[in-house]
Design a protein around this ligand. Structure first.
Ligand code: PLP
Length: 311
């Protein structure tokens, strides 16, 4: 049967490159390479491109009149979605966590430039919305923020982690030209790692997928991922391990140590990295290498982009 290849937008650079990385002393017995999803597109890159692919296809046939979502004020997903909606002239309303800052950093400035309607909500309300997306609908109605009839609105969860995103991520595994022994990928909601692992299981590969969780105390993500897998009609992937030991001080806590580690890896491999996700993934890779667990293995690191959030 002919395989239907994804119809990616013309300005996306896909398949993304897989680059070999020179092994430093601490990885002398490990073969390292990296999947450069950060290079897909200047604004819709990394796992955001993968997550938004199916949605872009659907919008080509029937675009919504308005989109509503939520995210942190440096959210890479919000940034990518903001650009996409701007490109397609679809109004986007975003509930943003925390107070409105006096001076906008680059993510917020870009969102403003792309005409995203930003509504800042306090942390408690944001958490309630995160825990139950129904609260987003209630809040938006209560504040009278909608400009369209509710039936024509697309509601997207934080980080875009839904079945459509999961399906888009699964497709990325088709681009691998060799079967790695181990894949490392950073995890926020874990949707990206789940999609990669589900695709690996489906192919029957022996590859282990190590999802390096960047949030502190996020043991419950296995439950939300279990729900997502169920919605996607997929069994829990046997290849997937959630690794919680490298969350450091917690989500987006960019300590001087993290900055130092980022500079070290960037110099080592001449790669652009961001401090929230990829540095923690690399810390996990280094610790696994130090322990000898990856000796003689082909290890693939997944660069999930997010470089815009670092300015
Ligand atoms: C750069 C980057 N890497 C990794 C992730 C984590 O993705 P997920 O929420 O699918 O685990 C995100 C969030 O979308 C991200 O922006």
């Amino acid at each position: 049967m002919a395989i239907k290849h994804p119809q990616y937008p013309n300005d996306w650079q896909l398949p993304s490159a897989i680059q070999c990385l020179p092994s430093p002393d601490w990885a002398s017995r490990v073969s390292l390479s990296i999947k450069r999803d950060d290079t897909i597109h200047p604004f819709i890159s990394g796992n955001k491109a993968r997550k938004l692919y199916s949605l872009i296809q659907r919008w080509q046939v029937s675009p919504p009149q308005q989109v509503v979502t939520m995210g942190g004020n440096r959210s890479n997903y919000l940034h990518a979605l903001g650009y996409l909606c701007y490109q397609k002239s679809i109004p986007l309303l975003a509930l943003v966590r925390g107070h409105e800052p006096e001076h906008y950093h680059s993510t917020l400035s870009d969102l403003k430039r792309w005409q995203v309607k930003l509504t800042f909500v306090d942390k408690l309300t944001f958490r309630q919305c995160r825990e139950n997306f129904e609260n987003v609908r209630l809040l938006v109605k209560e504040k009278d923020l909608l400009s369209e009839a509710e039936s024509s609105i697309e509601w997207l969860p934080e980080g875009g982690s839904n079945v459509e995103a999961f399906n888009g991520i699964m497709l990325a595994v088709d681009e691998l030209t060799q079967i790695p022994d181990v894949i490392f990928v950073p995890a926020g909601t874990g949707c990206t790692a789940l999609g990669i692992a589900a695709a690996i299981d489906k192919k029957g590969w022996h590859t282990q997928v190590i999802a390096v969780v960047v949030l502190k105390g996020a043991e419950s993500i296995s439950q939300s991922l279990g729900k997502l897998a169920k919605q996607a009609n997929t069994p829990w992937p046997k290849s997937l391990t959630l690794e919680h030991r490298f969350c450091d001080k917690g989500f987006a806590k960019i300590t001087p140590e993290i900055k130092k580690q980022k500079a070290y890896y960037e110099q080592l491999w001449s790669l652009p990295l961001e401090p929230v996700y990829s540095v923690k993934m690399l810390n996990a890779v280094k610790a696994y290498c130090d322990s000898g667990m990856l000796d003689n293995k082909q290890v693939l690191l997944w660069h999930t982009g997010g470089l815009q959030g670092d300015t």
